[in-house]
Ligand binder design. Structure first.
Ligand SMILES: [Zn+2]
Length: 118
């Protein structure tokens, strides 16, 4: 798999976790764990900063535009030809097999960056 794509998948996972933690705090869920949540957030942000430094700036800009729009899951997997970000079927032969996971491909419907489960 394309190394940048792999990094984007990890970044998307961290951003999704951060968003979930944020929502947890807003809901005031498990208040006694508030400090733990903050510590976890700080830890995730550290990993996130390191990751972002390894991703090309153009790609990072593209990613940031998507995550700004959706908050979570800027990168979605494709299963049986369906984008798991928006659950629309991709046009058949939208992407050649050789390009899957090797090029940065976005969903024609939701614009998320796609990766394929082998
Ligand atoms: Zn989609």
């Amino acid at each position: 798999m394309n190394n940048q794509l792999q990094l984007l998948i990890q970044l998307s996972d961290l951003d999704t976790q951060l968003e979930e933690l944020k929502n947890e705090r807003i809901r005031g869920k498990e208040e006694s764990l508030g400090f733990k949540v903050q510590a976890k957030e700080a830890e995730i942000k550290k990993f996130r900063d390191t990751l972002r430094k390894k991703i090309g700036s153009d790609l990072l800009n593209q990613y940031d535009r998507i995550i700004k729009r959706y908050k979570i899951r800027a990168v979605a997997q494709v299963n049986d030809g369906v984008c798991y970000g928006c659950f629309m079927a991709l046009p058949t032969s939208y992407v050649s097999e050789a390009d899957r996971n090797n090029k940065i491909i976005t969903c024609p419907n939701c614009g998320r960056i796609l990766f394929w489960i082998e």
